[in-house]
Design a protein around this ligand. Structure first.
Ligand SMILES: Nc1nc2c(ncn2[C@@H]2O[C@H](COP(=O)(O)OP(=O)(O)OP(=O)(O)O)[C@@H](O)[C@H]2O)c(=O)[nH]1
Ligand SMILES: [Mg+2]
Length: 680
């Protein structure tokens, strides 16, 4: 029988390989949704269904699975843990009623959860922690908790203490009910007696739990002060209230692969997860009003076409009805890669809509087409930190390539495409090399395209360091009509950032007015490619004198004279290469700040300062000037030094002179590129 309840949505997030996909499998099995438990290792899990995910042994996109537990409908969403794919996790979290942060039981790796914790805290998303892999050599929960508290804004509440036999964790004591259980994989755990040697530890942990809750409830505080023990029912109610308001973070223990602690987690989810109305209200959406569906994932599926995964925050929708003038053709309930058609969806549901051609991730679809004014938008996407220039191997495929990438940007807002007309390159930017490789593989497969990549070229410039005067004359006598233009110019360096100035100082009609713009045109044409082969900046050119011929002078002749004067004059002006320098801001846990400072110096950067990162406990922000050419693979080094969590943002700041060996190399490369281009 279908439940009348609205589905609740739990999103599994957390660091790379913590066991999220395995936990999804265990949740589906323990809830009775699946008969057989699949596994990541065998390639039979509900998440990671794509061939790409299986062959990479990692999740590469989110997977939603509808489930039922004790008649309650649920949607669990598994997300990839790789920091490079964290946009997927962020998008899924916008659809969540509750987040489950899955971590490994290692205090020294807890920092890897910091970015996602920060996001969850910032958006006040109710969340729990599941400390997975407790079957391995696990550290004491209190050590893991202490490390986790460092990155969590909200107080953490340990809900269980492990029962150990030797090294192995064989069960747990539930700190609310004060019952002890022995794990029994595939079945509900056996109730056992609390081991005698654990009663003290258990009491200490329980008191901590109660005290943490009492911080938010005066009645509970009074009871504790009067030594009255609250009933488990009261405590559960308090826990549900505090989770709903995102005031505390319950912490559970287990091992997804062995089904340890999974039923306990399910029960907690069932009793404590707030409804979709709570999440909608948090986003600023009132309960009453027209149908509102929000797209949190867009995907183009071979054979099926475009699918828009939505959370239905309000109202309902039937197949064939329209949202904002666009007909919904097909409502599909997801179970990993399997999609089953349903006639309708109601508030709280997570479904995929077919063929919403215009819809992008983050769009809000409503009956009227109007976005509810108070409903807060998706946060801005992650800014790119790594880019590659991409080329279709077959020139005729370039237009197809652009179109295909455009479709991919609809799916993944953390990718960006830049047509760099100046350098004639198409640059795909994203969150790291793996992110881009996954995107490019998808492009190749879906569109049958051959694509190669190169390091993007840097927009070097050149300028001059000295002034010069130059005479330029273009004179040609070819039978009938000749060509004649004659100019005197003065070339001067300008301060950095001034660009180009053309000054006309012609007096007495040495060159008639109508031809002066042609001189400027000739000068500008030369500036596109200076003596060293780069665009010239920060130069002023003054036209001081000239001559003309009543019959032979023309626009063309004066333009050519201008160009000739420049190409001869600029040689005398001591040309120099300019390289773009970025203003870089690196975010890093402060234990790694010193290392990052060395990275900056090693990359010819200049540290401008560092300070605590606002709103990020224990993180620093280091600002520096760094050449753009050194920023290309900066993220790779930063991540390798910081367990993958450091990141940076940059913007162009200024141009700076580059001389010596590095400059020679840049000029040489530019020269050989010009030769190759001319030959092909
Ligand atoms: N010992 C042990 N290993 C586990 C447990 N859960 C998962 N693993 C293993 O950890 C590895 C990663 O598991 P996944 O479920 O793919 O982890 P994930 O968090 O989904 O990984 P990404 O999505 O790529 O971030 C696999 O080899 C699992 O078999 C557990 O409870 N105990
Ligand atoms: Mg996974």
């Amino acid at each position: 029988m279908a439940s009348t309840q609205s589905p609740r949505c739990a999103v599994l997030v957390g660091p790379y390989l913590a066991g999220k996909t395995t936990l999804l499998e265990a949740l589906l099995h323990a809830s009775g949704t699946t008969q057989k438990k699949g596994s990541v290792k065998d390639g039979t899990s509900v998440g990671d269904a794509s061939a790409d995910a299986r062959s990479r042994h990692m999740s590469i996109e989110m997977a939603a699975a509808s489930a039922a537990y004790l008649d309650d409908p649920w949607v669990f969403i598994d997300t990839p843990g790789s920091i490079e794919l964290s946009q997927e996790a962020r998008n899924a979290l916008m659809a969540a009623d509750v987040a489950i942060v899955v971590i490994e039981p290692l205090a020294e790796r807890v920092q890897t959860a910091a970015p996602i914790f920060r996001f969850i805290d910032e958006h006040a998303i109710p969340h729990m922690v599941f400390v997975n892999k407790m079957d391995g050599t696990a550290q004491a929960p209190k050590d893991i908790l202490a490390a986790l508290q460092e990155i969590s804004e909200r107080p953490l509440i340990l809900r269980q203490v492990p029962i150990r036999e030797g090294e192995a964790v064989t069960g747990y004591v539930d700190l609310v009910s004060e019952r002890a259980y022995r794990y029994k994989p595939g079945h509900a755990s056996d109730l056992v007696k609390i081991p005698d040697d654990m009663t003290t530890d258990e009491q200490v942990a329980r008191t901590e739990l109660l005290e943490a809750l009492a911080d938010f409830d005066d009645k509970l505080l009074e009871k504790l002060l009067e030594d009255v023990i609250p009933s488990p029912k009261e405590i559960y109610q308090e826990l549900a209230k505090d989770l709903r308001d995102d005031r505390v973070v319950p912490v559970f223990l287990g091992a997804a692969e062995k089904d340890h602690g999974v039923r306990r987690l399910l029960k907690a989810l069932r009793h404590e997860t707030p409804t979709h109305q709570v999440a909608a209200a948090r986003r600023g959406l009132p309960t009453d009003g027209e149908t509102v569906a929000e797209v949190f994932k867009t995907v183009h599926v071979a054979g099926t076409g475009k699918l828009s995964y939505v959370r239905l925050w309000r109202g309902g929708i039937k197949d064939g009805q329209s949202l904002g003038g666009h007909r919904v053709s097909g409502i599909l309930r997801p179970f990993g890669a399997q999609l089953s058609k349903v006639p309708e969806a109601k508030a709280g549901d997570v479904v995929a809509f077919g063929r919403m051609d215009e819809a992008k991730t983050g769009d809000v679809l409503t009956t009227s087409g109007q976005r509810p004014a108070s409903f807060r938008a998706f946060p801005p996407p992650l800014t790119p930190v790594f880019s590659l220039a991409i080329h279709a191997d077959n020139r005729n495929d370039e237009v197809k390539l652009s179109g295909a990438i455009q479709r991919m940007l609809d799916e993944d807002p953390s990718l960006a495409l830049d047509h760099d007309g100046d350098l004639g390159q198409l640059v795909l930017a994203g969150q790291g090399d793996i992110h881009l490789q996954i995107a490019l593989d998808r492009l190749r497969q879906r569109n049958n395209l051959k694509i190669s990549t190169t390091r993007p070229r840097v927009p070097y410039r050149e300028t001059i360091r000295r002034s010069a005067k130059q005479h330029g004359r273009h004179k040609r006598q070819t039978g009938g009509h000749g060509q004649f233009g004659d100019v005197h110019i003065e070339i001067n360096p300008l301060p950095r950032g001034q660009g180009f100035a053309f000054v006309d100082k012609i007096v007495g009609g040495a060159i008639p007015r109508q031809w002066i713009p042609s001189v400027e045109e000739g000068v500008r044409e030369f500036l596109n490619k200076g003596v060293l082969g780069f665009r010239v900046v920060d130069v002023s050119v003054t036209l001081t004198d000239g001559q003309y011929h009543a019959v032979d002078s023309s626009d063309m002749a004066f333009k050519t004279a201008g160009r000739i004067a420049m190409s001869e004059g600029m040689q005398k002006c001591d040309p120099v290469l300019l390289e773009p320098i970025g203003l870089v801001t690196i975010s890093v846990p402060n234990e790694h700040t010193a290392k990052v400072q060395r990275v900056i110096t090693g990359r010819r950067g200049q540290i401008l300062g560092y300070d605590a990162k606002p709103g990020w406990k224990g993180w620093d922000e280091v600002t520096a000037h760094m050449p753009q050419s050194e920023i290309h693979d900066l993220i790779i080094e930063l991540r390798s030094l910081t367990l993958g969590v450091a990141t940076y943002a940059w913007k162009f700041d200024h141009l700076s002179e580059l001389t010596g060996r590095l400059a020679d190399k840049v000029i040489e490369d530019q020269g050989s590129r010009a030769t190759t281009a001319a030959a092909s």
